[in-house]
Design a protein around this ligand. Structure first.
Ligand code: GUN
Length: 293
């Protein structure tokens, strides 16, 4: 019988741990960690994610600031706001929620953030340091995935780990982390993407599959070995009349047919998703403690 990796429960557990640390910090006379979130425009998904991030800050005793700008803000004006946050001594870390409007360069924005406050771990300094195993802010989704593997004691050393998807936010960093020395890591990693040949054969040899390509129900039972561990990073919004919001979240894994073959599997929702916010909180706590830089 397969085991569900309960990201919701683990995320609550980690939040409780963070809250206890914050309480101790404040009791010792320090100020609470402070995270700021910049949001540009009115993307529905982004507004929901940002609301969750702000609420999670409250839950663990962080101070949070939300800076909302209209979609027509100029690139210069946004870069100026980022500069102000870089220089704010009362702020430990901040993020710019992506995507941003097309007339603003995402890369310019990411590189404008002081890497010492880049709790998203998107700045090239943090990405580079992560890839060579130096202390840094690791981006939220990869870090959440590793935390789940760790909390469920899932063995990774010498295992075949197949990552499907090569995005800068998930595929590339999680592949890099899974091959690093130590636990969770030491895996033999293969990265597959839209141009890969023999995807099915490669997946069938996998002990761990991390599906992060953003195609609903892409991974089917015929691609999965008995006893594999499946991590589903997909969060596609599929229209439905069954929910109040008018959509449901759909993972990259055809859960009902894949689950019976697995040792462990993450559900969507309630798997990787809740862990990403917790990873952001952890990075902000590290920033407040000055433990990375
Ligand atoms: N958009 C989707 N995921 C993320 C994330 O982890 N950070 C930011 N800043 N934007 C996102």
């Amino acid at each position: 019988m397969y085991k569900i990796i309960d990201g919701k429960a683990i995320s609550e557990q980690v939040k409780t741990e963070i809250a206890a640390e914050v309480k101790a910090m404040v009791a010792a006379g320090k100020r609470a960690p402070h995270l700021a979130v910049i949001i540009v425009g009115h993307d529905g998904g982004s507004e929901t994610y940002v609301a969750h991030k702000v609420k999670s800050c409250e839950q663990v005793g962080f101070k949070s600031s939300k800076l909302a700008f209209e979609a027509d803000i100029t690139e210069d004006a946004l870069l100026h706001e980022i500069d102000k946050l870089n220089k704010d001594p009362e702020l430990d870390g901040f993020i710019v929620q992506l995507p941003i409007p097309k007339h603003i360069s995402e890369q310019k924005v990411i590189e404008a953030i002081d890497f010492r406050k880049d709790v998203d771990g998107f700045h090239p300094v943090n990405v580079g340091r992560m890839s060579i195993g130096l202390p840094c802010y690791v981006s939220a989704t990869p870090s959440g995935i590793l935390e789940l593997l760790k909390r469920y004691n899932i063995p990774t050393a010498g295992k075949n780990c197949v990552v499907i998807g090569r995005s800068n936010i998930v595929g590339k960093p999680v592949a890099s982390l899974m091959m690093q020395k130590g636990y969770p890591g030491d895996a033999t990693v293969t990265v597959c993407h839209s141009r890969s040949h023999n995807l099915k054969e490669i997946c069938l040899a996998a002990d761990i599959i991390i599906a992060a390509l953003g195609k609903p129900e892409f991974l089917t039972a015929d691609m999965v070995k008995e006893g594999a561990t499946i991590i589903d990073v997909g969060t596609t919004r599929v229209p439905t009349s069954d929910t109040k919001s008018g959509y449901r979240l759909c993972g990259d894994v055809k859960f009902d047919e894949v689950a019976p073959k697995c040792a462990y599997i993450t559900p969507v929702p309630g798997g990787v998703g809740p862990m990403t916010i917790v990873s952001l909180l952890k990075n902000t706590l590290l920033a407040a403690k000055g433990e990375i830089y």
